[in-house]
Write a protein that binds this ligand. Structure first.
Ligand SMILES: [Zn+2]
Ligand SMILES: [Zn+2]
Length: 145
C-alpha cells in the first residue's frame, strides 16, 4: 500500500511541475522581404530541466543551454542523467538602462549569446535586423514538457 501512495504522490508532483514549468516553442518567420528567415524558437524549460535560449551570431542560429532542475523529486533524479547548470561566460552592465546582462556560452562554438527570456523580447530578425520577426501562424505551436 505504501508503494502505491508514493507513486500517486509522484504523479501529483509531476502534474504540478508540468503546469508550472512547461516551455513554449514557436515557429518564427521574418516578414521582411526578401529575408524570410525562419526558425523554431523555444522559451522556458520542461518539467525536469531549465533552459536558456538565445541567438548565436557566430553559428547564425538559435541556441540553448539546459540543465536538470534542482527541485525535482529524488526518485526522478536517480533515474535520469543529471545535467549540472552551466557556468555563464560572464556579465555585462548596460549603461543605457542600468541592466546587468548575463552572457552564456553557445553549446556549439562556445561563443557568447544573450538570453531571450520570452517571445515578447524577440522583436528583431537575427538575420536582417528588421523588426518584423513574428510567430508563423500557419504552423502549430509546440508544447514542451
Ligand atoms: Zn555558436
Ligand atoms: Zn529578416
Amino acid at each position: 500500500m505504501r508503494a502505491v501512495t508514493v507513486s500517486i504522490t509522484l504523479v501529483a508532483i509531476i502534474a504540478i511541475a508540468a503546469v508550472v514549468y512547461a516551455g513554449d516553442g514557436f515557429y518564427m518567420k521574418c516578414l521582411a522581404k526578401p529575408c524570410g528567415y525562419e526558425s523554431q524558437v523555444t522559451f522556458g524549460g520542461g518539467m525536469l530541466y531549465e533552459q536558456i535560449t538565445g541567438y548565436c551570431r557566430k553559428c547564425k542560429k538559435f541556441v540553448s543551454v539546459s540543465w536538470t532542475r534542482e527541485n525535482i523529486p529524488a526518485e526522478i533524479k536517480e533515474r535520469g542523467k543529471v545535467q549540472p547548470r552551466p557556468e555563464p561566460l560572464g556579465e555585462v552592465w548596460d549603461a543605457q538602462n542600468g541592466k546587468v546582462l548575463t552572457i552564456h556560452a553557445c553549446p556549439t562554438c562556445k561563443g557568447p549569446f544573450l538570453e531571450i527570456k520570452k517571445l515578447q523580447d524577440l522583436k528583431y530578425c537575427p538575420a536582417c535586423n528588421k523588426p518584423q520577426f513574428a510567430v508563423d501562424d500557419t504552423k502549430p505551436r509546440i508544447a514542451i514538457d
